[in-house]
Design a protein around this ligand. Structure first.
Ligand code: FAD
Length: 386
């Protein structure tokens, strides 16, 4: 690795870990720094569309993911009270033949563990909370809270919605609370499903709230739900709080018996604020560049927030390979040019919470292949096709 530019990634969430795995495989000299002392199996699920699975193929964990996750045949949207079908979007075999990769729902912790295991030894260091950053022109000095420091040529801020590196580039500004919370619960699949069998992947909709439900294991023995529920206030000093069955019963009073059956089977549920930022005026400056929630946090209502972070990671790797990084300003401009339109569109649709409520065509989202989409140069007038 001697003589190769040193790339430091701050934050080993889904975006940072994907970037480190892809860059290591491409032969770059990369290090990943994470503030947490270790990762646990956080109680959450995640959708992995074909757009993400093609990136997992490149990382080398597509088969392991396919063996771990659930493969829904359809995404259903249903009426909150009657259970009437509002939309039925084909996934399963259709995703494989039409998009060229699976559509999966998995446990977020299992997914993260597989990606972390794909990193070469020595790339990831835990217990490294970035305290300050100094872009010295010729290189960047990173100082961590434990008093240690590292020098890098390129720094990637993958440090999430409260990004320290975004703050360094643009000043301190908390993300915006959207006025909505998401309840999250993962638990053993209950036997009693009310009057309908559990769909493998379903979003229950009323006018002001929803509940998304799916399995997170191939065996379908664990089920997950995540909600979007209006709540006027959030204490921004807390990243989540415990919730309760009682609060869920109240929030979903009168909903379909299948939703009630899920609530009655819930052993533990947490509540998360849904946060956003307006599109940033810049994604990079000097030797520092941002990806994922650090630059475009969004409501999770398209189930594509992590997907955008992972696509960013793949596009940045592709740009380093195809454009090089000697002129880092040029490389960062090409990266931003090729990501900003798509990330902003996903951010907007997520904000509006309209995705797949009716039978729309999801090709623009699921059919995107970050490795095949034509690469626009930094000055291209036409924005990148989504
Ligand atoms: C309720 C809810 C449900 C969601 N469901 C989905 C879904 O189904 N599908 C989907 O694609 N997305 C979903 N999302 C969105 C998704 O979680 C995020 O978009 C995604 O995690 C962003 O990835 P990231 O790597 O940019 O940031 P993060 O995953 O937040 O990772 C940031 C990392 O940086 C570390 N870090 C932070 N500060 C520092 C520092 N100073 N020094 C060192 N390390 C630091 C953090 O510890 C963390 O590990 C959901 C979000 C919520 C809130």
């Amino acid at each position: 690795m001697q003589g190769k530019p040193r790339i430091a990634i701050v934050g080993a969430g889904l975006g940072g870990t994907a970037a480190a795995a892809l860059m290591a495989r491409a032969g770059f000299n990369v290090r990943l720094y994470e503030q947490a002392p270790a990762f646990s199996r956080l109680g959450a699920g995640i959708h992995l569309g074909p757009n993400v699975m093609k990136i997992m193929r490149r990382i080398g964990i597509e088969d392991a993911l396919n063996a771990s996750g659930s493969h829904p045949d359809f995404w259903y949207s249903r009426h909150w009270q009657t259970g009437e079908e509002l939309a039925k979007i084909p996934l399963g075999d259709y995703a494989l033949s039409h998009y060229g990769a699976s559509y999966l729902t998995v446990h977020r912790g299992d997914f993260h563990a597989l990606m972390t295991a794909a990193l070469p030894a020595g790339v990831l260091t835990f217990n490294k909370k970035l305290a300050s950053v100094d872009d010295r022109g010729a290189d960047v000095l990173l100082t961590f809270e434990d008093g240690t420091s590292e020098v890098a040529d390129i720094v990637i801020g993958a440090d999430g919605v409260n990004s320290r590196l975004r703050e360094h580039l643009l000043g301190a500004e908390p993300p915006k609370y959207t006025g909505f919370v998401g309840h999250r619960a993962v638990f053993p699949t209950p036997l009693d499903s009310g009057t309908l069998p559990f769909d493998m992947c379903v979003k229950w909709w009323s006018d002001d709230r929803h509940m998304m439900v799916y399995y997170v294991t191939e065996k379908r023995d664990e089920i997950y739900y995540v909600t979007g529920v209006p709540e006027a206030q959030w204490d921004m000093t807390k990243s989540w709080v415990p919730s309760s069955q009682e609060a869920m019963r109240e929030a979903f009073a009168g909903w379909h018996p299948t939703v009630q059956a899920l609530i009655e089977a819930t052993p533990e549920v947490s509540k998360w604020p849904l946060l956003e930022r307006d599109p940033l005026p810049l994604w990079s400056r000097g030797r520092i560049v941002l990806l994922g929630d650090a630059c475009h946090p969004m409501k999770p209502h398209m189930a594509q927030g992590a997907a955008m972070a992972i696509e960013d990671a793949a596009m940045l790797t592709r740009v380093f390979e195809e454009v090089g990084m000697t002129d880092h300003a040029q490389a960062f401009a090409v990266y931003e040019q090729n990501r900003t339109v798509r990330a902003s569109r996903v951010q907007r649709v997520s904000h509006d919470n309209t995705w797949l409520r009716t039978n729309e065509n999801p090709d623009w989202c699921f059919g995107y292949d970050v490795f095949e989409v034509p690469l626009l140069d930094a000055a291209a007038k036409t924005p990148a096709a989504v």
